[in-house]
Structures are given as structure tokens and as C-alpha cells.
Design a protein around this ligand. Structure first.
Ligand code: HEC
Length: 207
């Protein structure tokens, strides 16, 4: 069979296209996306580019779609727990009534907010907490009866609640929960008040 030269040329072109596709490395989509963010993100007020810059932990979680290899995840978790700063006076529980207000509030930390004003915890966005609040999100588990179910405000449980709120990734490497103390959103006193909301036997959470 006699092929027309044009067909032959097409064949050669197709073959070389194929081989160049096969040889080319997988495009670096992550790198390109990060470069695009860096180029296009406009810092406004306190909402600066630093906020979306991924740290080591976020890079690991992003790379493995939130399920990094076990060893790497455990190492990262231990490092996160080390970042938790505990109150100097050793007191981990504050006032549950103030804690309830902090859990309700989603105020602060946006580019229109004055830097330094107290920031809310926004806990109800993801958790059921006091049964008196019927509007809550379900991304996180219900914290109703938290103290009752965990054996009350024992020193161990207070330490766990404080550490979890301070740095949620201390116990779950790729947790969806923000690292409230670690990123400087909530201060020591506010975290103590939230610990009381969850653990104080007088809190509506445990009534
Ligand atoms: C964006 C959603 C989100 C917000 C906001 C959030 N959490 Fe969470 N939280 C989670 C998720 C998801 C989990 C379960 C996975 C995990 O343990 O990391 C969780 C787990 C917890 C746990 C551990 C529960 C257990 O059974 O041991 C505590 C305590 C907790 N959150 C308290 C809080 C408090 C207090 C606030 C407000 C300062 C808060 N969370 C805000 C998503 C959130």
C-alpha cells in the first residue's frame, strides 16, 4: 500500500508529540498554585500573606491530602504539643460564663478589625456545646456533656482541653480545628475560660 507523504509526516509529528509528552515531567501544579497565590494575594490590614503561608505541618497535610505517613504524622504531632505554652500559675480553668461568650463570638482577626482587639473562638461554628444554644455546626464532634463524659475536671482532662484548644494539631496532625493559641487568636485567659466551659461541673455543658 502506498501512503501519501502527508500522512507519513503526520505520523512522524504524532510520534514525536507522544514521546515528548511521555518524557516531560509531571507539571508542578502545587508549586504553580503557590506562586500564583504569592503573586496575586493582596495583604489588607492584619490579614497578611503570612496567614496563608503553609508551615511544615500544613505542607505535610496538604501533600498527603490530610493522611500523611504515620511516622511523619506522629513526629509532627509531638512537635506541635511542644508549642503549647501553659499558664505560669498552673491554673487551667477560668470562668465558664466568660467562656460561653468567647465560644459564641466570631469577632475579630479580619482585615477590617483593629489589630489587638479580643478575638472570638467561634466554637459553635463547628461544635454543639451548651444545650441552650441550638444553632451550631457539626464539623466537629458534640462537646455537650464533655466534662461528665470525661470523668470531670481532673488535672489530666484540664491539660488535654487546654492543649487541644491551644494547638488542636497536638492530638490530630491534620485536624480541621484552628490552632487558637498557636496562631495568637486566643490568649491564655480566654483558653482557661473555654476549658471551664467544657469541664466546670457548674457549666450548662455538664448540667
Ligand atoms: C473549623 C471547625 C472547628 C472550630 C471553629 C472549632 N473546632 Fe474543636 N474540633 C473540630 C474538629 C473537626 C474536631 C475533631 C477532630 C480533632 O480532634 O481534631 C474538634 C475537636 C475538639 C475537641 C476534642 C474533642 C474530644 O472528644 O476529645 C475539643 C475539646 C474542641 N474541639 C474544642 C473546641 C473549642 C473550645 C473551640 C472554640 C475555641 C473549637 N473547638 C473550635 C473542629 C473545630
Amino acid at each position: 500500500m502506498n501512503r501519501h507523504p502527508a500522512y507519513l509526516m503526520l505520523g512522524v509529528a504524532a510520534a514525536s508529540l507522544f514521546s515528548s509528552v511521555a518524557l516531560a515531567a509531571e507539571p508542578d501544579w502545587r508549586g504553580e498554585a503557590i506562586a500564583m497565590l504569592k503573586r496575586d494575594f493582596q495583604s489588607m490590614g492584619q490579614a497578611s500573606y503570612e496567614r496563608i503561608h503553609e508551615d511544615d505541618l500544613q505542607a505535610l497535610c496538604n501533600k498527603y491530602s490530610n493522611t500523611p505517613p504515620e511516622k511523619a504524622a506522629a513526629k509532627m504531632m509531638a512537635a506541635q504539643l511542644k508549642t503549647v505554652k501553659y499558664p505560669a500559675d498552673g491554673q487551667l480553668m477560668g470562668d465558664w460564663k466568660v467562656g460561653e461568650k468567647i465560644a459564641q463570638s466570631g469577632k475579630g482577626f479580619t482585615w477590617t478589625d483593629e489589630p489587638g482587639i479580643p478575638v472570638g473562638g467561634n466554637c459553635y461554628n463547628c461544635h454543639q456545646i451548651s444545650p441552650k444554644e441550638i444553632s451550631y455546626g457539626t464539623l466537629g464532634p458534640s462537646l455537650f456533656n464533655f466534662g461528665k463524659l470525661r470523668g470531670g475536671p481532673t488535672p489530666e482532662m484540664q491539660k488535654y482541653a487546654y492543649s487541644k484548644i491551644y494547638n488542636s494539631k497536638s492530638y490530630n496532625t491534620c485536624s480541621n480545628m484552628p490552632r487558637f493559641g498557636h496562631v495568637g487568636a486566643l490568649n491564655e485567659g480566654q483558653i482557661k475560660d473555654l476549658v471551664a466551659l467544657l469541664l466546670d461541673p457548674e457549666s450548662p455543658v455538664n448540667k
